[in-house]
Every structure is written in structure tokens, then in C-alpha cells.
Ligand binder design. Structure first.
Ligand code: HEC
Ligand code: HEC
Ligand code: HEC
Ligand code: HEC
Ligand code: HEC
Length: 231
């Protein structure tokens, strides 16, 4: 036993007994929460490798489109994280020559070249994560329907380090599924976060003639039945 299991597992039957005794949903819920470490909440912002990747610089200041790096977001359920080769396209030795001689910039970006030269990937820490009992969340369907990254991830292009902006709770998903018009924009604008924010603010949580037409044209019908999101 002691060979196979670390010492702390001896306490497990006690934990189980206490949970069974109290039985209150709050306690179980709390235990569930702590027992599911991949399940994060709004505001979650882990420390990232190399001091982090700044969306504020790349998507904001330099104006790079989300799809330059998250290349599959329109076609697949998952939005991919770019590999280090994408970064090397600009951050290789000899590129960005004026910046590269600046000590601070060099120091801040050395971890990229180190990873690339060692043929390793950069271990970015995951931020948004649904619990496993929710089926794979389909990015492509939402993007094509005209739901902007902004509605679910907030003002990413102003974030030096990404933090979770929305709770990703069931109530939050359903709020939009019951009234999608309030959040829709023309599908070709979904990655223009500044424009979307301004446009949605001006509309004040209402749909307009354009979104009505969009719902009809694309025959949008966000699901509310349990099986659409759960196994
Ligand atoms: C130059 C490449 C690049 C561009 C452009 C870019 N991203 Fe990213 N994105 C990354 C990298 C690298 C990560 C992983 C590191 C991190 O989480 O900050 C990431 C992470 C994210 C995450 C968090 C993923 C998680 O773990 O939950 C979101 C959300 C995201 N990006 C959205 C966007 C949006 C929206 C845009 C366009 C406004 C955008 N990105 C533009 C490279 C990019
Ligand atoms: C299209 C070119 C381009 C690509 C692709 C690119 N970068 Fe950059 N990056 C830049 C430029 C230009 C700067 C300097 C911007 C400035 O200082 O205003 C920069 C700056 C940085 C910095 C320094 C930030 C700081 O605070 O000084 C880091 C770190 C960085 N990039 C990481 C990455 C990573 C990681 C990737 C890949 C996911 C990536 N970059 C992809 C062009 C690029
Ligand atoms: C309708 C809400 C919604 C929209 C719109 C949306 N996302 Fe996401 N995004 C999520 C959720 C929810 C997750 C977590 C998915 C999971 O855990 O399976 C996520 C995760 C991610 C991740 C981490 C990798 C992954 O796929 O799990 C990246 C990167 C990302 N989103 C980028 C984007 C970009 C870029 C856009 C816009 C082009 C976008 N997202 C639009 C809700 C959304
Ligand atoms: C801001 C609005 C918005 C939010 C938030 C949102 N959705 Fe959706 N969702 C939509 C719209 C619009 C559609 C309809 C797409 C269509 O009919 O083509 C949709 C469709 C879907 C579908 C059906 C996909 C298909 O292939 O038919 C699933 C599953 C889904 N959403 C899951 C989720 C989950 C899970 C969340 C929360 C983590 C979520 N959505 C949050 C707007 C949203
Ligand atoms: C649009 C997608 C969607 C639909 C439809 C949906 N759920 Fe969920 N459900 C979720 C998400 C996302 C979570 C994760 C909750 C969280 O993170 O707080 C969840 C969580 C849950 C949980 C875990 C307890 C909790 O609240 O955290 C239960 C139980 C559940 N759903 C039951 C149902 C039932 C029953 C239905 C049908 C009446 C249903 N769901 C329909 C998205 C959905």
C-alpha cells in the first residue's frame, strides 16, 4: 500500500466519510470545485512562460488579426494556440533588426528563440476551460453565426496578459441562446473587437434590422435542449 500510494491518500476515507455525513450540496459543490482543477472562473489569469504573450501589443498596437495565429477558429470546434514557428516568423535572430538590438526587447523575447532552437514548444497555461461534462464547445459555429470573440473573451486586444472575462456558466450560455440578436454582428467583423464593442454599446443590448436579417438568412437557432451541450 505505502509503496503504491503516497501517504496523504490515507486521509481519503475520512474525507469521504465527512462528505457523506454532511451531505449538503454546498459542501459537495465545494469539494467538486476543488477536485476539478481545470475549471476556472472569471478573472482567472495564470502566470505565463517568459513573462507572457501580449495581445495588447500584437493584436492591439500592431493590429494583427486573431486568425493570423488562431488559424482554425473559423473551421473547427477548437481555436488553436499558435506554435513557436509562428512567432519565429518575426522573432528569429536577424529579424525586427532595429528592435533586436534593444537589450530589453531581446531579453523579453529570448525565451522564444530558446524554445525554437531546442525544438521545444512554449508551455502556455490554459485559461478558458469548460468542465468535461460539457461537450466540445464549437467555435466555428459561433464565429460563422456572427458572435464576436469580444462577446465571450472581452477586450483581448487590450490585454497584456489574457484573463478570463466571462463566467462561462450555463446561465451565461443560455442568456445568449435565448436572445442571440443582442450580441450578433456581421460575421466578417467578429475579430474587429474595438469596432464590435463600440457597435454593441451603441445598440444598448438590442438587435437591429441587420441582426434580424442575419438570423433569418442564416436560419440561426441556438439550442436550449440539454443534449446539445451535455453528453
Ligand atoms: C501573434 C499571435 C496571436 C494573435 C494575433 C492573437 N493571439 Fe490569442 N493567443 C496567442 C498565444 C500565443 C496564446 C497563448 C498564450 C496566452 O494565453 O496568452 C493566445 C491565447 C489566447 C486566448 C486564451 C486561450 C486560453 O488558454 O484560454 C484567447 C481567448 C485568445 N488568444 C484570443 C485572441 C483574440 C480574440 C485575438 C484577436 C483580437 C487573438 N487572440 C490574437 C497568440 C495570438
Ligand atoms: C508579425 C510579426 C510578429 C509575430 C508573428 C509575433 N510578434 Fe512578438 N513582437 C512583434 C513586434 C514588432 C514587437 C515589438 C512591439 C513593440 O515593442 O512595440 C513584438 C514584441 C514581443 C514581445 C516583447 C513584449 C514586450 O513587452 O516588450 C514578446 C514577449 C513577443 N513579441 C512574443 C511573441 C510570441 C510569443 C509570438 C508568437 C505567439 C509573437 N511574439 C509573434 C512582432 C511579432
Ligand atoms: C460564444 C462564445 C465564444 C466565442 C464567440 C469565442 N470563444 Fe473562444 N472560447 C470560448 C469557450 C467557452 C472556450 C473554452 C472551450 C473549452 O473549454 O472547450 C474558449 C476557448 C478559446 C481558446 C483556447 C483554446 C480552445 O479552443 O479551447 C482560444 C485560443 C480562443 N477561445 C480564441 C477565440 C477567438 C480568437 C475567437 C474569435 C475569433 C473566439 N475564441 C470566440 C468561447 C468563445
Ligand atoms: C453571445 C452569444 C452566445 C453565447 C454566449 C453562447 N452561444 Fe452558443 N450559439 C450562439 C448562436 C447565435 C448559435 C446558433 C448558431 C447556428 O444556429 O448556426 C449557437 C449555437 C450553439 C450550439 C449548436 C451548435 C451547432 O452545431 O448547431 C452549441 C452546442 C452551443 N451554441 C453551445 C454553447 C455553449 C456551451 C456556450 C457557453 C459556454 C455558448 N454556446 C455560449 C450564441 C451564443
Ligand atoms: C447552451 C449550452 C447548455 C445547455 C443547452 C444546457 N447546459 Fe447544462 N451546463 C452548461 C455549461 C457551460 C455548464 C457548466 C457550468 C459552469 O461552468 O458553471 C453546465 C452545467 C450543468 C450542470 C452542472 C451543475 C452546475 O450548474 O454547475 C448540470 C446538472 C446541467 N448543466 C444540467 C443541464 C440540463 C438538465 C439541461 C437541459 C434542461 C442543460 N444543462 C442544458 C451548458 C448548457
Amino acid at each position: 500500500m505505502s509503496l503504491l500510494f503516497p501517504k496523504w491518500t490515507n486521509a481519503l476515507p475520512t474525507v469521504g466519510a465527512i462528505a457523506a455525513l454532511l451531505g449538503a450540496s454546498g459542501v459537495v459543490g465545494g469539494f467538486w470545485y476543488y477536485a476539478t482543477p481545470k475549471f476556472y472562473d472569471a478573472g482567472y489569469m495564470p502566470t505565463q512562460p517568459g513573462g507572457g504573450f501580449s495581445h495588447q501589443i500584437h493584436a492591439g498596437k500592431l493590429g494583427m488579426d486573431c486568425r493570423y495565429c488562431h488559424t482554425k477558429v473559423e473551421q473547427s470546434p477548437e481555436a488553436n494556440i499558435p506554435n513557436v514557428a509562428t512567432c519565429i516568423g518575426c522573432h528569429a535572430d536577424g529579424r525586427l533588426t532595429k528592435l533586436a538590438v534593444e537589450p530589453k526587447h531581446k531579453e523579453r523575447t529570448d525565451f522564444i528563440r530558446q524554445a525554437y532552437n531546442a525544438n521545444q514548444s512554449i508551455e502556455w497555461r490554459r485559461i478558458h476551460k469548460l468542465p468535461d461534462y460539457v461537450r466540445n464547445f464549437p467555435h466555428a459555429t459561433h464565429i460563422r453565426a456572427g458572435v464576436s470573440c469580444y462577446s465571450c473573451h472581452g477586450q483581448i486586444d487590450a490585454m497584456p496578459i489574457v484573463a478570463q472575462a466571462q463566467p462561462l456558466s450555463m446561465g451565461w450560455c443560455l442568456d445568449c441562446h435565448r436572445n442571440p440578436e443582442a450580441s450578433l454582428v456581421s460575421p466578417d467583423k467578429v475579430t474587429q473587437l474595438e469596432w464590435v464593442k463600440k457597435h454593441l454599446d451603441e445598440r444598448g443590448g438590442q438587435g437591429d434590422a441587420e441582426t434580424k436579417a442575419l438570423v433569418e438568412k442564416l436560419k440561426l437557432n441556438p439550442p436550449e435542449n440539454c443534449g446539445a451541450c451535455h453528453y
